[in-house]
Design a protein around this ligand. Structure first.
Ligand code: GLC
Length: 520
């Protein structure tokens, strides 16, 4: 096993540096490590070569930008997902029809009853904004094939319900009026259309219904015409969220069509080609846990309901604390987060979901500065129970999961910040730098400790640490906020070399430059 000690030796030799998930980064990362070694290492150490320094510029802790209109996706990173369709009438599951093995005729009453007279898109967007969300992704069609817009391609659409109004148009108008990006969810699977090539694959009905005429080519032409409608008739669209593609086929012409009509639209990875970003779902994709930051665009999705994405009368809801931890984890790693609610058949969002979103909104408002316009910086500590983000000389410590103790150790960071604040309350946080028994086996045994944190409320705490000089600012996008502190040569530290501050304590809101004077 590669110990921290050995790793340090290697870093010192400019051979490797710590990267995501404790992995070793080679290539550009090597250049970063060696150039930093030159800038800050003990002067007695032999100088490292800077021949690969230019490669450093290519190494970033953030996903590469698209450098076009799609880059809105990197600014607005928390969105509202809605799963809304005639299945809400059943109040059970968005996949009601296939899960209960219903025939189309048996499912039809849902359409006849769908009359969302209380639908008010501004109320949805108000709630999204209160939660801190900055875009919305709306289900135009789920696997039941029912279309929530005025499509010319099938009569199985919203205009033929008792409601008779184009719900997508209403939402799109509100979004455009409020400058709120709108993305469209669209299922490729279709349980209603008799030309869909049903073959009993996941999501599909067991077999074509009597009288169906499955024809994959014809069906895909139908999908394309609907995509054309969606990307033409509803003004600017900021994203296209494909789902339920069980067909084998790859075909870049679908995304090419979307891109030609809607250049700002980001496209997910569930369609006919790999798209722009990945979509880890619920807690199922372990990459969300193992990566320290995302080097490619990611939008994690989750529902407030444990069982269903659509409205469920007897739903088991996640706790606000669970969702807050999940959101915090993904945002702190540089991903986007799409949180789903299933609106009711009357068009409103139920009290339980509203309450959860309000709880999240309150938390998010307090800690937002730690999650936007920051870079992931978790590689600066070995403590895997927290995540770090960074802006300039400020580090934010995210307690994204339940903590075992009320202190946080940030080894190998061993420098006091000039100020430490709990963003959730605005109160100061006690901190000190000390030698810890449990780290004594390791030479890197001094570290910054944050003390007496109110951890009993579960995830979501964020401590803001303001340092005098946080090296990563000087090192631009490089990974290495580490260097050897001259006062403690065996320590890696996050602050610039300067007179020893170790062993002194600081309590929260010290004024600048007074960190080294203990306050009791
Ligand atoms: C799951 C569900 C599907 C839902 C999707 C959203 O795949 O099966 O119904 O639309 O998640 O990500």
């Amino acid at each position: 096993m590669l110990t921290r000690r050995k790793l340090l030796d290697l870093v010192g030799k400019g051979l490797v540096m710590a990267g995501p998930a404790g992995a070793l980064v080679t290539g550009a990362g090597v250049a970063r490590a060696s150039s930093l070694a030159e800038e800050h290492a003990d002067p007695e150490k032999p100088k490292q070569s800077s021949s690969t320094a230019a490669a450093v510029e290519n190494y970033s802790r953030r996903p590469p930008r698209f450098n076009d209109g799609r880059d809105w996706f990197f600014q607005k990173r928390f969105g509202l997902f809605t799963h809304w369709g005639i299945y809400s009438v059943g109040g059970w599951y968005e996949q009601h029809m296939n899960a209960k093995e219903m025939t189309r005729a048996e499912y039809m009453p849902f359409m006849r009853k769908f009359n969302p007279v209380k639908f008010d898109p501004d109320a949805w967007l108000d709630l999204a904004e209160q939660t801190g969300m900055e875009y919305v992704t709306f289900t135009t069609k789920h696997i039941d094939g029912f279309c929530m817009w005025n499509t010319r391609e099938t009569s199985y659409n919203i205009m033929n319900t008792p409601y008779g109004k184009d719900t997508l148009k209403m939402l799109a108008d509100a979004c455009h009026r409020r400058n709120f990006p709108l993305c469209l969810y669209h299922s490729i699977m279709d349980e209603h259309n008799p030309i869909y090539p049903t073959a009993g694959r996941p999501y599909e009905l067991p077999a074509p219904a009597p009288g169906d005429e499955p024809d994959e080519e014809k069906y895909l032409a139908f999908v394309k015409r609907q995509v054309q409608e969606l990307c033409t008739n509803y003004g600017e669209i900021h994203g296209f969220w494909w789902d339920a593609k069980v067909l084998e086929r790859k075909d870049p012409s679908f995304n090419a069509l979307i891109r030609s009509l809607q250049p700002k639209a980001v496209i997910n990875d569930r369609g006919f080609d790999s798209g722009d970003y990945s979509t880890p779902e619920r807690d199922w994709d372990n990459s969300v846990n193992t990566e320290l930051y995302f080097s490619k665009p990611v939008e994690a999705c989750q529902s407030v309901g444990y069982q269903s994405w659509g409205y469920r009368v007897d739903e088991d809801y996640y706790t606000g604390a669970h969702l807050i931890g999940s959101i915090q984890k993904v945002l702190a790693k540089g991903g986007n987060y799409l949180l789903n609610v299933g609106p009711k058949p009357d068009g409103t969002i139920c009290l339980e979901a509203t309450t959860i979103l309000q709880q999240i909104g309150k938390w998010y408002k307090a800690v937002k500065e730690s999650l936007v316009d920051v870079e992931p910086a978790s590689m600066m500590t070995d403590n895997r129970d927290v995540l770090l983000t960074q802006r300039g000389d400020t580090l934010y410590v995210h307690l994204f999961k339940e903590q075992e103790i009320s202190s946080v150790y940030l080894h190998p960071i061993a420098t006091l910040p000039r100020r430490a604040t709990l963003l959730n309350t605005g109160e100061g946080v006690e901190c000190d730098v000390l030698t810890l028994p449990r780290l004594a086996q390791d030479k890197v045994n001094r570290c910054l400790r944050l003390k007496n944190l109110p951890v009993s409320g579960g995830a979501g705490l964020v401590v803001k640490l303001e340092f005098e000089h946080l090296l990563a600012r000087e090192s631009g996008r490089g990974d290495a906020g580490f260097f050897v502190d001259r006062n403690h040569p065996a320590c890696l530290t996050a602050g610039a070399p300067r007179p020893a501050t170790s062993g002194k304590a600081c309590r929260g809101t010290l004024s600048p430059h007074t960190t080294s004077s203990p306050r009791s």
